[in-house]
Design a protein around this ligand. Sequence first.
Ligand code: TRP
Length: 447
Amino acid sequence: MANNSKIWKGNWTFILAAAGSAVGLGNIWKFPYMAGENGGGAFVIIYLACIVLIGFPVMMSEIFLGKYGRSSPVYTMKKFVSLKGISSYWVLLGWFGALAGLMILSYYSVFAGISLAYIFSPIPADSLNPSQYSVDFFAQFQSSPMRMIFWHSLFLILTCFIVAKGVVDGIGATIKIIMPTLFFLIILLSIYSSFTGEIGKAISFLFMPDFSKITSSVIISAMGQAFFTLSLGMGAIMAYGAYIPEEQNLTKTVSLIIFLDTFVAIIAGVIIFPIVFANPELTPTAGPSLFFETLPVAFYGIPFSFFASALFFILVSLAALSSSVSLIEPSTAWMEDRFKISRTYAVTILGSIAWLLGLGSLFSFNLIADFQIFSMSFLDFMDFLTNSIMLPLGGLFIALLVGWILSENFVKEEMKIKNELYWKIWINLTRYVAPILIGLVFIFALF
Ligand code: TRP
């Protein structure tokens, strides 16, 4: 169990770690392509509603649980079992989260690996048709398993290395630098893209909802994306919550993290879609390749383009790294406690599992492109299972635990919410709104 010396000093450490976890490929790579595949505005509206109505209460709940437990999610749950007399089945929630984290990491690392590779692959200055070049480049990249394995492995090794050193010592200092720089750069890029691309089409695509496009799959994808982008439902934020200072104001902290995360996602959309609509070779429905086909085009032709593009992909890779560490941290902390082994040893074993599993997603680009599970590729299946099912399910149980199982007085006391009206709103979101919405989406989408 963490003792006081392990509680992070200052309010900023938790915010940086949690924002570092939240802001990652989910915002810049995944959000735009999910919005593109799911019809734009309608998806965006449901996504934003899920962020506020589900993400907000669930994130508060996760931090609250971690803060009380002051330990890794599995041990935090055990502490609730022994001190609050809840059923020992709740420990499964910790396990389930650790598993979801490894599964997500397995394919996250494949795409983060591609962004590492892109540091070195801008569009050559003499290219005649940059967007065609970019599409062809990605197609060629994905058809080479060895090349992809190299970058996937490199990214996982970096992740494990940091986790072995301890997350805050490992990334604390870097996050302080990369986050503001990334912000600055994406804002510049979005301005550039607005002036050179089709900003009007992009804005109406992203923000004018066409409600006829709403289907059950759009809804479940939007909810899954809300969980994914905020790192909720698998214990990552709970694990970080274990180190939050006692007096830190949860509402302010969570609001800031959610704001930053949503801002980055929307800006990423504003960078990508003007370029997509200005180039006939690019399509909004391209899927996971959208980001990698579009961004190089954004850099082509700007001054110092090689340098700018390398800097951008370095920042994206670092943002991915500060997210990926939180995917493997809960299981590492648990293994370390449970088997009394070193962090290095624990993370090596877990990283190897994620690496192997990741090969399945990696090969679905090439060697096993025709292999299907429930008419999805291996990658799509992993993505669907984790984002659309496991994370919302984890979130549902977290909300039920805090809203229904633990006593209201205890939660209210620990949360330090003094304003009665706010408390009523918060507890009703946690008790009714979040679980009912998650339940409805499941029922609607799966049956
Ligand atoms: N939120 C991260 C992103 O947007 C990914 C991530 C990190 C994550 N930790 C997580 C997703 C835990 C789900 C659960 O890139």
